[in-house]
Write a protein that binds this ligand. Sequence first.
Ligand SMILES: NC(=O)c1ccc[n+]([C@@H]2O[C@H](COP(=O)([O-])OP(=O)(O)OC[C@H]3O[C@@H](n4cnc5c(N)ncnc54)[C@H](O)[C@@H]3O)[C@@H](O)[C@H]2O)c1
Length: 300
Amino acid sequence: MGVLNDRVALVTGAGRGIGAAVAEGLAAEGAGVVVNDLGVDLEGGGTDPGPAKEVADRIVANGGTAIHDGTNVTDFDGVEAMIQRTVKELGRLDILINVAGIVRDGMIFKMTEQQWDSVIDVHLKGTFNTTRHASAHWRENRGGEFRLINFISGSGLFGAPSQPNYAAAKAGIVGLTFSCANALRGYGVTSNLIAPVATTRMTEGLGAQGSFNYSKENKQLSPENCVPAIVYMASEASSWLNRRVVSSGNGKIGLHSNFDMQIELEASSDDGVWTNEEAAQAMEANFKGAAEQMNPWGRK
Ligand SMILES: NC(=O)c1ccc[n+]([C@@H]2O[C@H](COP(=O)([O-])OP(=O)(O)OC[C@H]3O[C@@H](n4cnc5c(N)ncnc54)[C@H](O)[C@@H]3O)[C@@H](O)[C@H]2O)c1
């Protein structure tokens, strides 16, 4: 018996990389899986139904249940049809995992409008599209144990200098997911985020960097090593976890502190009004040292 028996998952961007490992990992635990992938190159060009089909075929060859789907996640109506197809062909939808992504890097002062729009479109609008239509289905079928798991990145949490579009899209997904966590819990849905790290075509060119050795031989950084945390988050047992950021990969699983406030200072005057001088003095005295400590991944 797998922990996901009788459950159905839709995984976007599941034709390659981490998404493919997630689709196969869920199927190995008994879930029926829709393997969605447009089959584009790293920057979003071209389309190819091959990768999604290959992953679905592999799942079926291993005794699992899967169908492949080539919908572009940026297509609002197409995504609605994909959700309807999921329910029609696999009988239900319990788990939505938004993995699909592209990168079009550039420094902010050189970034083109096209670089900006395309990355926001795939990550942020794509995640909205699937979540919008899945949540309407969950609202109509309330009473289940539904799971929304959205992929973000350390780039969005910490701000990779050459990825303003990608960082903004990923941080936008954080706000979207937190809103869903509060709006959908009453319908049986938990909404959480995964910040993964793995060697894929997106990262393999990075080589060795500190404790990250991006090589296909390094099992610790394999896409498969991100999956156990996600299998748990997709399972009914994780109903206690909502509105959280979890990181997974490189042999580690982390719980992040969201954007929760760390220190709050009150104005000392009776009317609660700050002067410029008081604010400057209080912030330097109370925030400066604390801000320097708030670098869990050692980034300034
Ligand atoms: N690899 C890492 O270390 C890392 C780190 C942080 C975040 N991420 C995130 O994890 C996710 C997976 O990344 P990966 O490294 O496996 O990348 P990948 O390029 O191997 O896989 C991404 C998949 O998404 C698909 N895709 C792109 N646009 C699509 C669209 N419009 N509709 C449907 N499918 C589409 C691609 O065809 C591709 O197969 C992404 O969201 C990425 O931003 C990855």
